[in-house]
Design a protein around this ligand. Structure first.
Ligand code: CDP
Length: 634
């Protein structure tokens, strides 16, 4: 750090100490252990490297470079971490999400491990469907018996452990097992006794399973060794499976769901992945079915696909107690171009991955800073107004993003699989949609929010649909990622989550300090309450102000935290964003410590009913170590 009081520019003019620290430790290019670039230079590196795609695609490199740099250095947009870390470096792998296929043989398993190691090395994560692996105790061709999917997951976990030691980022994995597999209970309970630390796990469930659980019916479990056709099934195929294969066991569906809810209540895992909903929205059905997602669940992908993500920082679009729709539209278009360019400039760890990515050209534009936007507009997270605004805002992002992809297609050509896609037939990814009235009550929306939405530019979906049928550049446009690291860099609240806590005690190797939520700090200051006594009171109250008698009720309403907010609102918020999102929405339904197993089951059922693509819960203090807590270390 220089002592001279020079004028700071770009990211250096607004970044927080925590954000800069993260950049220096993990993102800036180092040589021989020394950081050799400034944060602004890092963003210039990213902008220049990604803009190089314009050369082969017939665009303007200089214009793109400047636009890309501007949206990042202003803090309005950040690409996913691997793009920031790896642009312009030797292994310039830029995507965050991968799905790597597995088959029931040694070659396939060890080759998947090898691919996964490369994915982890570049700071990205991978998801796997373990359903093809034969069940525990099933015979092997050379004699002996199989050890089952869970034992192989331990092997993947070991590899992830070893790779992360040299890396800058924890290797993250998603393990999926479908609800028809004979080892389902082993899988559901696989994280109860510790281990599998690098895995999130999800049960891939069918609509038929959820209905069987609701009606307390029997459910058949099969061994893929005996019934290979159970891999990649959807509900419609189940009657055929039931006719043609003999189950290994039959269990009550409701007790399986109960078991999953109990394990999730205890550890946060498993989540559920809703296979039928995901595949109803598969844009390229000719290429096969989607059986797994990336580590945090926001990107369901076909085998070998990868997806690069980027997020707009919503807090930065609040202007005059409304939304700056023009600036937002401008940035969506640049971000879409950026993410399409990333596909061209990225290095891929396997030829199969490169081929799959370039066949569908999936991108995932999303948002962060949603809680910031709501707080600036003084809208409580748990309100019909917030859900309505989310609905109209995400519709706008979906609309402009698809419009831009159509325009890019006229310039650069459609994605190669377009002729076999739903887009060619005039169907958007988010159709069919759950109706908004199932999620919120429009009659309860405030006048202020109505007027924000009324200032939104008019959307002409018919025009966008007919232009899309002529060609569109990307099979998916939108994804809502957790934005765990990039929201810290951008100084934004993460993803579409409410504030986790209004106060953090942060610790670095040198000292610890109290970090106040900016909206709380501003209010404390305005109301003459910024003193140690009041801050201690908020800390004693678990980092929340709801229920504190000296805080007025409107402030309590607007500053609700993740644990203040009832799980039903968490699920509704996920569902309302999902209405317009092509991929999926990563969201954690945070629950209070006293939530019951039945509540967790309630979350599962409600998320399924509202057509979420997956669901994850986390009950306060249910795990020894939490990613975020009031006592967070940095
Ligand atoms: O904020 P950032 O771009 O670093 O990532 P995120 O939005 O929190 O996570 C997006 C995706 O990045 C995850 O779903 C994973 O696929 C991947 N990821 C990973 O591989 N390893 C991590 N430690 C964190 C995220």
């Amino acid at each position: 750090g220089s002592e001279a009081p020079g004028k700071l520019e770009g990211i250096e003019s607004w970044a927080t100490w925590v954000g800069l620290n993260l950049l220096y430790e993990r993102y800036l290019v180092k040589r021989k252990g020394f950081v050799v670039e400034t944060p602004n230079e890092a963003l210039e590196r990213v902008a220049s490297f990604v803009a190089e795609a314009e050369l082969s695609l017939g665009g303007s490199l200089d214009a793109a470079r400047q636009e890309f740099y501007e949206i990042m250095s202003s803090g309005r947009f950040m690409p996913n971490s691997p793009t920031i870390m790896n642009s312009g470096t030797k292994y310039h792998q830029l995507a965050a999400c991968f799905v790597i296929p597995l088959e029931d043989d040694m070659d396939s398993i060890f080759s998947a491990l090898n691919t996964a190691a490369w994915v982890f090395k570049t700071g990205a994560g991978a998801g796997f469907d373990f359903t093809p692996l034969r069940g525990r105790g099933s015979p092997l061709s050379f004699g002996g018996t199989a050890s089952g999917p869970v034992s192989f997951m331990k092997l993947f976990d070991e590899v992830a452990d070893v790779i992360k030691e040299g890396g800058r980022r924890r290797a993250a994995m998603m393990g999926v097992l479908h609800d028809v597999h004979v080892d389902l209970e082993d899988f559901i309970n696989s994280k109860l006794s510790g281990g599998l630390e690098n895995f999130n796990i999800s049960v891939g469930v069918h609509d038929a399973f959820m209905m069987a659980a609701a009606s307390d019916s029997e459910w058949n479990l099969y061994d893929p060794n005996e019934c290979p056709q159970l891999v990649g099934l959807l509900s419609g195929d189940l009657p055929d499976l039931w006719r043609r294969c003999s189950p290994r066991r039959t269990v009550r569906a409701s007790s399986l769901l109960e078991e999953a809810a109990r394990a999730a209540w205890e550890t946060g895992d498993p989540g559920l992945v809703f296979l039928d909903t995901i595949n109803q929205h598969n844009p390229t059905p000719r290429l096969g079915r989607i059986r797994a997602t990336n580590p945090c669940g926001e990107t369901p992908l076909l085998s070998w696909e990868a997806c690069n993500l980027g997020s707009l920082n919503l807090g930065r679009y609040v202007k005059d107690e409304g939304i700056d729709w023009e600036l937002l539209e401008h940035d969506i278009r640049i971000a879409v171009r950026f993410l399409d360019d990333v596909i061209e400039t990225s290095w891929y760890p396997r030829p199969e991955i490169e081929a799959a990515v370039k066949r569908t050209r999936k991108i995932g534009l999303g948002v962060m800073g949603w809680a910031d936007m709501l707080a600036k507009l003084k809208i409580p997270y748990d309100s019909d107004s917030a859900l309505y605004l989310a609905d109209k805002l995400m519709e706008f992002i979906a609309y402009v993003a698809r419009d831009e992809s159509n325009r890019l297609s006229r310039e650069r050509g459609p994605y190669p699989e377009f002729p076999g896609s739903i887009h060619k037939d005039g169907r958007f990814n988010f159709e069919p949609q759950v109706s908004s009235s199932q999620i919120y009550d429009e009659s309860k929306v405030s006048d202020a929010v109505h007027s924000i939405v009324n200032s939104r530019p008019k959307l002409d979906w018919d025009r966008v649909r007919s232009e899309m049928m002529e060609g569109t550049r990307n099979a998916t446009m939108t994804t809502i990622a957790p934005t765990g690291s990039i929201s810290i860099i951008a100084d934004a609240s993460s993803s579409i989550e409410p504030f986790y806590s209004l106060i953090y005690i942060r610790q670095s190797s040198l000292f610890s300090w109290v970090e106040l939520n900016r909206f709380l700090r501003d209010w404390l200051q305005e109301s003459n309450n910024l003193n140690a006594e009041k801050i201690k009171d908020v800390i004693r109250h678990g980092g929340s102000v709801r229920g504190l008698s000296w805080v007025p009720s409107d402030v309590q309403a607007v500053l609700g935290t993740a644990l203040d907010i009832d799980w039903r609102w968490h699920v509704r918020m996920q569902a309302v964003f999902q209405r317009w999102v092509d991929n999926a929405v990563s969201k954690t339904v945070n629950m209070r410590r006293d939530a019951t197993v039945d509540d967790v089951k309630g979350v599962f059922i409600e998320a399924w009913r509202l057509k979420c693509k997956g669901i994850t819960v986390f009950r306060d203090q249910s795990k020894g170590v939490q990613v975020m807590s009031v006592n967070q270390n940095i």
